[in-house]
Design a protein around this ligand. Structure first.
Ligand SMILES: *[C@@H]1O[C@H](CO)[C@@H](O)[C@H](O)[C@H]1NC(C)=O
Ligand SMILES: *[C@@H]1O[C@H](CO)[C@@H](O)[C@H](O)[C@H]1NC(C)=O
Ligand SMILES: *[C@@H]1O[C@H](CO)[C@@H](O)[C@H](O)[C@H]1NC(C)=O
Ligand SMILES: *[C@@H]1O[C@H](CO)[C@@H](O)[C@H](O)[C@H]1NC(C)=O
Ligand SMILES: *[C@@H]1O[C@H](CO)[C@@H](O)[C@H](O)[C@H]1NC(C)=O
Ligand SMILES: *[C@@H]1O[C@H](CO)[C@@H](O)[C@H](O)[C@H]1NC(C)=O
Length: 506
């Protein structure tokens, strides 16, 4: 624990600055949006879901003239990032070194070329946004540079593609959000930095993205957290995702620190081809809804060598996720572990397949590896593998919950998202002995099938062993003896499930 506190401090001290531009976009459900630039993209035919996103500058200007008022950074250069000790576990590798800006292409420096001030106070939205738009018009490999030593205050912004060439944002400084929720346009509170159709983009560097979420977390509508309370998702409680990638294929995120998001830190939706590595994501354990990395409707997603310490899911894997690999990820202390779901809310259909989580460490979290579905949904979760996961004082290390429900009671329904083919191999460590370390609560309508365990050894962090796993309607087997023993797995496959095409997604 002290480790994380120190890391956070180091991160806070660290950073420098960088830049962007302004806007917002409603979420999928979201509202209208706030027009800032008069420019419109000439590339896009589609638009963000609810927003008339500003497009890249259409002028094709190659370089902005140097700003008249560019000045020296006010903050000292950032110290080197904290050592690889930042990844406390053997399984989780150190962050990869931030690559130097691509050698070949043009460099668009938000300070030198676009007049960003970088003092953390002046609004640098336009400078950053214009740098993006300009780079996006460049048909080569271009770099938007937000250099170390600066802190760029950037308001809600949409970075729109597709771009002519490939754009890398080299962020070695800091980007900060406005900290007062009242400063955000009323209809644009769902995203902070939104990348839309920015195919092939990269965002790299040793810099920091700071969502300044404190005041959002304190909003009265956030106070009822979790079970028993309202979901906290009322419209009055919209709060921004720090970085959202929407309909953006082949995106690379590398080396950055992201902290204190008002809501999810990073969200990928409707993306194909995502590589995120060497990230460090942090927010307080009690910050509501601050998922580390959320993925949905996306394919071919790889997340590696990343540390997350936050107040909600470390990695959350939503409906429509296909072919996802998570390796060397450290979660906690705090947070809710790695989660598939929630799926099937309000009778929806959800499909998740081919998910591998390997070499993870989860510490002092509410859950370890979890699958959660609502009653009444349909679709399936299949071909999921959790391999070599170390648990450290985790409340529910292994859990399938098909009765996920945020209110006092949810109706027992006659359908469910089918859970089939989940393997747990090499799950070791300790649990917080208030609840059984293994919980398979499968639905009455559709049992969980082909649940396999091997090399599972979970011991109480303190106190007495709980030898009774919770099992309900679950089929599968243990290939090796487990600790605790799980005698309740039923053999075979029940008739209503076997070869039942209505339960298949693919
Ligand atoms: C995960 O960490 C191990 C040990 O540090 C390392 O050998 C391996 O290459 C890492 N995996 C990835 C995908 O980076
Ligand atoms: C991703 O990039 C590769 C290589 O440039 C390309 O072949 C592929 O079509 C891209 N994928 C998507 C979904 O755009
Ligand atoms: C899941 O992964 C397997 C093995 O890589 C692949 O053959 C299969 O097509 C994938 N399933 C889907 C639905 O993409
Ligand atoms: C749900 O409904 C089924 C069918 O009516 C019943 O058998 C089962 O006991 C109920 N389960 C719960 C948890 O209420
Ligand atoms: C059971 O799940 C495993 C993956 O966990 C898969 O390889 C196997 O094919 C599945 N078996 C059946 C009968 O579905
Ligand atoms: C297949 O599954 C569906 C959904 O659970 C169920 O309604 C149906 O009865 C099943 N079909 C068979 C042949 O068991």
């Amino acid at each position: 624990m002290e480790f994380t506190a120190r890391t956070r401090t180091a991160i806070a001290l660290l950073l420098s600055l960088a830049a962007f531009s302004s806007f917002l976009c409603g979420g999928v459900q979201g509202g209208r949006h706030h027009h800032h630039h008069a420019k419109h993209t000439k590339h896009n035919s589609a638009r963000p879901p609810s927003a008339h996103a500003p497009g890249p500058a259409s002028g094709g200007r190659r370089h902005a003239s140097p700003p008249p008022h560019a000045r020296r950074p006010v903050s000292p250069p950032a110290p080197p990032p904290s050592s690889s000790g930042g990844y406390p576990t053997p399984g989780a590798a150190a962050p990869e070194p931030a690559p130097a800006p691509a050698a070949a292409g043009s460099v668009y420096d938000v300070v030198k070329d676009f007049g960003a001030v970088g003092d953390g106070v002046t609004d640098d939205t336009d400078a950053v946004k214009t740098a993006w738009d300009t780079a996006c018009q460049d048909d080569g490999d271009s770099v938007v540079l937000a250099a170390a030593g600066y802190s760029f205050l950037v308001h809600s912004t949409v970075f729109t593609g597709p771009c002519q060439g490939s754009v890398t944002i080299q962020l070695d400084g800091t980007i900060v959000a406005p900290s007062d929720p009242d400063k955000w346009p009323a209809n644009s509170k769902r995203n902070w930095l939104l990348f839309y159709q920015a195919h092939g983009m990269s965002l790299k560097g040793a810099g920091l993205i700071d969502g300044k979420g404190q005041k959002w977390w304190e909003l009265p509508c956030k106070s009822q957290k979790g079970h028993g309370g309202s979901s906290g998702h009322g419209a009055a409680c919209d709060s921004p995702v720090a970085m959202r990638f929407f309909m953006t294929n082949n995106v690379t995120l590398q080396g950055l620190k992201v902290q204190n998001s008002p809501e999810f830190h990073i969200r990928f939706d409707s993306c194909r081809g995502v590589v995120a590595s060497g990230l460090s994501i942090s927010s307080p354990a009690l910050s509501p809804n601050t998922d580390g990395i959320h993925v949905e409707n996306s394919q071919d997603v790889v997340i590696t060598n990343t540390a997350v310490s936050n107040g909600d899911d470390c990695v959350s894997i939503g409906a429509g996720t296909l072919n996802m690999h998570v390796e060397n990820v450290t979660c906690g202390p705090g947070g809710h572990g790695i989660s598939i779901g929630s799926l099937g809310k309000q009778g929806s259909r959800a499909c998740v397949a081919n998910v591998t989580v390997r070499n993870a460490v989860i510490r002092h979290s509410d859950n370890g590896v979890r699958i959660k579905t609502w009653q009444g949904g349909s679709g399936a979760v299949s071909a999921v593998s959790f391999e070599n996961v170390r648990m450290d004082a985790v409340r529910n290390p292994i859990i399938i919950d098909q009765y996920y429900c945020l209110s006092k009671s949810c109706e027992n329904a006659t359908s469910a998202v089918f859970v089939n083919g989940v393997s747990y191999a090499g799950i070791r460590g300790t649990y917080d002995a208030r609840t059984p370390p293994i919980h398979f609560g499968c639905s009455d309508a559709v049992p969980c099938t082909n649940i396999t365990l091997s090399d599972v050894e979970l011991l109480p962090a303190s106190g007495e062993t709980i030898d009774d796993p919770f099992c309900w309607n679950v089929y599968g087997s243990a290939a090796t003896p487990t600790v605790p023993p799980v005698p309740c797995l039923m053999e075979g496959v029940p008739r209503n499930v076997e070869d039942n095409s209505s339960l298949k997604c693919y």
